[in-house]
Design a protein around this ligand. Structure first.
Ligand code: FAQ
Length: 327
């Protein structure tokens, strides 16, 4: 006698999903998942991928002007890594059913976000070092816990990305150390870049917890492992001693060790500035988007050629298979 197994009900699937999250196990592409989880994951992964791709622009601005062949090679490699991170992340989003062309379309039409930090200009070569130190430093702080994120493909992509970003952070710090051991003018450049990037780096962690609409649900689903404020504090605590070792001053008169809390206190962040930058009104939003749109248009022939090549290969494979069957 055959026993007919009935398909699991929606509530069975939901219970299985909740239990998987509860046991700290990973959700994988073939697993059932609630629509809200899928949407949140696609939003976060897409925003992250777009950030990596747009994030190539501020540093790319210095590739042709790097002061030596060594610095140029390092910077080229870093910017290429960022392109790679964008590609792993778009692939992770595709496992959730997202279409890569659609994600790109949403970015260039301004319907999906990318990190606020990439809307600030890179005015001197010291900015390249400060981006490595502070921006990659903040990115690592935020992303190391994401290696334990509940969505398998995202968490696994994050492991490699974090390894490469640690390397990026080191190169930034090494560049700044070199400049700090140079002339007074070079030290001034490092201080000026630090002054401009410090506050925007703190904003990378997102709005404060009581104004963060997604944190509670993302923590419950173990997509996020720490809140925005927890990670921001961790970054400040980690960076203050690094600034001291480097010999630069962080531009915050309220920055002070609080022995009772066991953390550094820091001054008020200008949340109005973050809102303005996120909504398109930052110093370089228009420039970054225009360049991304132009790159997309310039790349149309490559996409067409690749699609045509794939079509011909498919045709040849079908012809070869038909011949074999006929032989
Ligand atoms: N910029 O409710 P929450 C890099 C949006 S690192 C722009 O707190 P959530 C490496 C947020 O999406 C940079 N938008 O949101 C690199 C949400 O949008 P909605 C990328 C922001 O998701 C280094 C709304 O505000 N890293 O690229 C920002 O729970 C050097 C409300 O916020 C990641 O993406 C912001 N700063 O927490 C490359 C990491 N903050 O719902 C080149 C992964 C918030 O209105 C050179 N992402 N928003 O559409 C995350 O960890 C989270 O998504 C947060 C935001 C923490 C960014």
């Amino acid at each position: 006698m055959t026993v007919m197994e009935s398909a699991p009900s929606e509530s069975d699937l939901e219970r299985h999903f909740e239990e998987t999250i509860g046991r700290d196990q990973r959700i994988e592409p073939r697993d059932w998942l609630p629509e809200g989880y899928r949407k949140t994951m696609i939003r976060q992964i897409a925003q992250h991928a777009h950030s990596e791709i747009i994030g190539m622009q501020p540093e790319g601005n210095w590739i042709t002007r790097a002061p030596s062949l060594r610095r140029k090679a390092i910077l080229l490699a870093k910017v290429q890594d960022e392109a790679g991170h964008g590609l792993y992340l778009y692939s992770a989003a595709e496992t959730l059913g997202a279409d890569r062309d659609e994600l790109t379309e949403k970015l260039i039409s301004g319907r999906q976000k990318y990190s606020s930090i990439f809307n600030y200009p890179t005015l001197t070569f010291a900015d390249v070092g400060v981006i490595g130190w502070l921006v990659d430093g903040a990115a690592i702080c935020n992303q190391v816990p994401l290696c334990r994120s509940s969505y398998g493909p995202y968490a696994r992509a994050m492991i490699r990305i974090c390894k490469e970003e640690s390397f990026h952070q080191r190169q930034g710090y090494e560049l700044l150390m070199t400049m700090m051991n140079g002339t007074q003018q070079q030290r001034d450049m490092v201080q000026d870049a630090t002054n401009r990037f410090w506050w925007p780096s703190l904003m990378m962690f997102g709005p404060p917890d009581d104004d963060s609409p997604n944190t509670a649900q993302s923590m419950a689903w173990k997509i996020k492992r720490h809140t925005n404020d927890e990670l921001r504090q961790r970054f400040v605590d980690m960076t203050v001693p690094q600034a001291e070792a480097l010999g630069v001053t962080l531009p915050d008169p309220d920055l002070a060790w609080n022995a009772e809390r066991g953390h550094y206190d820091f001054g008020r962040i200008d949340w109005a500035e973050l809102k303005q930058v996120i909504s398109g009104g930052g110093p370089c939003n228009a420039e970054r988007m225009a360049r991304r749109r132009q790159a997309h248009e310039d790349g149309a022939w490559v996409r067409e050629a690749a699609a045509e090549h794939a079509r011909k290969q498919r045709e040849r494979a079908v012809a070869a298979a038909t011949e074999e069957v006929g032989a």
